[in-house]
Write a protein that binds this ligand. Structure first.
Ligand code: ANZ
Ligand code: ZN
Ligand code: ZN
Length: 830
């Protein structure tokens, strides 16, 4: 007999599929079928797919194929997140131009995808480093600029010395570069382009509540990242401001606890606060001390230990007046106050804030209690942090008020007196998108001396795309590489026609990935980023699948970009994706795979040894898709043997005829329909494909168990063949090559992926007998078997009569008999 040989089957089908691109192509958007947009995050073209990719795409491909078989019009596209630093590093190392390196990587990874049998609609392919894509980055950037959503400002930026470029806040992980674990990120002052994501902060936050199809952990991470905080800004006048300081006379603090203002015993300024600077200008010693505080803060920021920073401060010798009681409090500068949060100044309330308490204790500042659980209790240990159900004490006319109400009333008092206002502060900062790199989208702006050198002038739309020059020497010098290409830099001013210079920074590559999935719907459009009608048909994405490492960066930028495009009138959806699934990591021997650990598993090697089907199926079988998966080659071999069994049985029985109906018919059909129900169910929810595949294994065992009966003609050929037929349909999402092959073996017409998914027949699936565990006081006593049509009363009676159960309850009183239908009986006895 023939043996299962993936090395023959797989290339044969791969060649057929590659020759017929329509097979996996989405229908036009006027198709009568319900649409389904199944999307996996696009890879960076590093040169080779790794095993984590295989898992991600095996999940998406299984889902896409299932939805095809369920009669949907499926969009399942793929593309390349093709700009970015590695191409420049490769250019430095091997002297290949970034474009060439990238495109050749794309070519080889596309082959890998095909070898894996991924059913992508390649007619929709998007490659972000090509001008037909990035020109729309530029176009959208211009639209944002027109609306004040793209702007330039000088600011402190995160700088990775290794990347020699700026990083967005989101790209700094525990004070280190997201690409360079070992490199501490520095702070630098640079003029940069920003996108005003903060304008959408509230909508990005409230929108999360509606994203019920997203994992709660991702929503929580985004909520914390946005970090909305309601509070009050309160002005404190400086009592003895230096005469020379124009802005040295007022300090606005941001507080979430204005109800504690009578307990403010000092003002603390961030080292970079303007008032601190004004004071320092008068006092060189103070200036030096403040500089030291700033350095400590930057160090802590770099290593992300800001929360735990050892607190230091210096008194400025000046005082501010509390607007609520006229009290004078000393003004200090402290290293734990951030310049870029709130107003960069706080009122310090040591009795009711932990950090202030620590600071005041260290420097012997007064600690004044103004909040208590009630008016009679004022001896609780400090700091006392409660606000709900607590009241104000020693707070003048506000004493006795409940904290939460006092917050409202006192904020209103501040507003009435015009010495501050209610306010909302966000942790979210505008998105810095300038990169001093070559391999990215050129920012479509120019600067003209004649028109005002500091005013960026947008390039007219008609001049797009601003092409990235291809011939460029990549060097290790700092600064933007494009600045060293005179043909690129020198241009004419769109305003006055005189000589002008182009912007030489390029865009953060997260711009590219913020909207690529819209372009998939209409990738060859050369008059617009896409046809809105097409996007409106396909969006929102029905299911987005990717790694949880993108929970903040990519997924928040994509949501922002969606809202901007909606406000530009290009689309109508508020959110890009209805549902999000984040798969677990693939690990090896309990550790993350990495070159340095030498535990990287190559997908190609797995395919060579066991075939693509077994590799993919193992990636789905070895763990629930949302958990980490410990890759074990022996497991892949096991799946390959399992597929071999299916191959053998199908080949053996494909031509089966005749046979007498016997008990095995019902048994086989029962198992078959139970399996269909289980696998279908697993596709609708959390995709526990591991359990789907286990149940398919049980079905295959059932066939094997009946093999002798089939051989002896005691089962009808119809039963055997319909079982095999549905079996092949059920493995099709997981092992598409073998499914296609065996579909042909069975003599079925057409392509298995376009035949309707089998339906489970509940009557055929029903067991004759049910097995019910019986517990006594929660402990298993026995498992009883009953006819499946037994009533609840019959089950309870049978449980009490069972010998083992009876022995357990002998001499005791039965308090309660609980029956969970079909599941279990629990007897409560005393
Ligand atoms: C007085 C006070 C009393 C405060 C009290 C808290 C408790 P969230 O919730 O994170 O927004 N704060 C304000 N700006 C700061 C800055 N730039 N650097 C460091 N700390 C700052 O925290 C808001 C609280 O953090 C503010 O309310 C302020 O301290 C502090 F019993 O004001 B609070
Ligand atoms: Zn870096
Ligand atoms: Zn000009």
């Amino acid at each position: 007999p023939q043996r299962y040989t993936p090395a023959e089957i797989e290339p044969k089908w791969q060649a057929r599929w590659d020759a017929d691109p329509s097979l996996y192509a989405a229908d036009a958007h006027d198709s009568g079928k319900p649409k389904y947009y199944c999307l996996e995050m696009l890879p960076y073209p590093s040169g080779a797919l790794h095993i984590g990719h295989v898992r991600n795409y095996a999940i998406g491909d299984a889902l896409a194929r299932f939805m095809w078989m369920r009669g949907h019009n499926v969009l399942h596209p793929m593309g390349w997140d093709a700009f970015g630093l590695p191409a420049e590093n490769a250019a430095l190392k091997n002297n290949v131009p970034p474009r060439e390196w990238t495109l050749s990587n794309i070519a080889s990874m596309k082959k890998q995808f095909q070898r894996l049998g991924m059913g992508f609609d390649w007619s929709k392919e998007v490659t972000t480093c090509l001008p037909d894509y990035y020109r729309w980055n530029q176009w959208l950037f211009l639209k944002m600029f027109e609306r004040g959503l793209a702007y330039r400002k000088k600011s402190k930026v995160n700088w990775c010395p290794q990347c020699a470029t700026v990083l967005a806040n989101e790209q700094v992980i525990q004070g280190r570069c997201w690409r360079h674990d070992e490199t501490v990120v520095e702070q630098r002052d640079l003029t940069q382009w920003f996108l005003r994501i903060t304008k959408y902060a509230d909508e990005l936050l409230t929108g999360l509540d509606k994203l019920e199809g997203w994992p709660e952990k991702v929503r929580t991470m985004q909520r914390n990242w946005i970090g909305r905080s309601e509070g009050t800004n309160v002005d404190f006048m400086v009592a003895n401001a230096p005469a020379s300081a124009s802005n040295g006379s007022k300090i606005t603090v941001f507080t979430t606890r204005v109800d504690t203002i009578f307990g403010a015993t000092s003002i603390q300024l961030a080292p970079e606060h303007a008032v601190a600077k004004a004071f320092a200008a008068e006092d060189p010693r103070l200036a030096e001390e403040i500089e030291a505080l700033l350095l400590q803060q930057q160090k802590a920021r770099e290593t992300d230990e800001l929360g735990a920073i050892e607190k230091h401060g210096v008194p400025t010798g000046r005082f501010a007046v509390n607007p609520f009681n006229g009290e004078r409090v000393p003004i200090w500068v402290a290293n734990y106050i951030l310049a870029d949060y709130g107003t960069g100044a706080i009122m310090s309330v040591p009795a009711h804030d932990e950090r202030d308490f620590e600071f005041a204790t260290k420097y012997n500042l007064p600690i004044k209690r103004v909040i208590a659980p009630n008016l009679d209790t004022d001896d609780l240990p400090l700091p006392y942090l409660a606000e709900e159900e607590a009241v104000l004490i020693d707070s003048g006319e506000w004493s006795g008020e409940a904290c939460l109400e006092a917050q409202d009333k006192m904020a209103a008092f501040v507003e009435t007196g015009s010495f501050g206002s209610k306010t909302v502060t966000y942790r979210l900062k505008d998105w810095g998108v300038s990169r001093q790199r070559y391999w990215g989208t050129p920012i479509p702006m120019v600067y003209c001396e004649a028109c005002g050198a500091d005013e960026p002038i947008p390039v007219p739309e008609s001049q797009l795309p601003i092409l990235l020059p291809e011939q460029i020497a990549i060097t290790q010098e700092g600064g933007s590489p494009l600045g060293r290409v005179p043909e690129f830099v020198n241009t004419t001013c769109p305003k006055c026609g005189g000589p002008a210079r182009r912007e030489t920074d390029t865009m953060d590559t997260f711009v590219d990935s913020s909207w690529y999935f819209y372009r998939y719907t209409d990738p060859h459009n050369d008059t617009a980023p896409f046809d809105s009608a097409k996007v409106n048909y396909w969006f929102p994405i029905d299911q987005y699948i990717g790694g949880v490492e993108h929970a903040i960066l990519h997924l928040i930028y994509s949501r922002f970009w969606t809202k901007v495009m909606r406000d530009l009138g290009l689309i109508v959806n508020d959110e890009p994706a209805e549902r999000l699934f984040t798969q677990g990591m693939v690990i090896k021997d309990g550790a993350k795979m990495s070159k340095s650990k030498g535990n990287v598993v190559s997908p190609d090697l797995m395919i060579d040894r066991y075939g693509a089907d077994a590799t993919r199926m193992y990636a789905l079988f070895a763990a629930p898709p949302d958990r980490d998966l410990d890759w074990q080659e022996e497991g892949v071999a096991g799946i390959s043997r399992f597929l071999g069994k299916i191959f053998r049985l199908t080949t053996k029985f494909a031509q089966l005829e005749g046979g007498e109906a016997g008990p095995a018919d019902a048994a086989l059909l029962r198992k078959l329909h139970q399996t269909i129900a289980k696998v279908t169910h697993d596709f609708s929810g959390r995709w526990h494909f591991n359990t789907s595949i286990s149940s398919i294994m049980i079905l295959v065992n059932e066939i094997t168990a009946n093999e002798a009966a089939i051989d002896a003609g005691q089962v009808t050929a119809a039963t055997v063949k319909s079982t095999l037929r549905s079996l092949i349909q059920m493995i099709a999402p997981f092992a598409p090559f073998l499914a296609a092959e065996l579909w042909e073996t069975l003599g079925e017409q057409g392509i298995v992926f376009r035949h309707p998914w089998p339906e489970s027949d509940a009557a055929l699936a029903r067991e004759d007998e049910i097995s019910i565990p019986v517990q006594v006081n929660g402990k298993l006593a026995n498992v009883i078997k009953l006819p499946s049509e037994s009533t609840d009363e019959e089950v309870k009676a049978a449980a009490l009569l069972d010998e083992k159960v009876a022995a357990r309850i002998a001499g005791k009183t039965i308090v309660k008999v609980v029956y969970v239908p079909g599941k279990l009986v629990n007897l409560v006895v005393k």
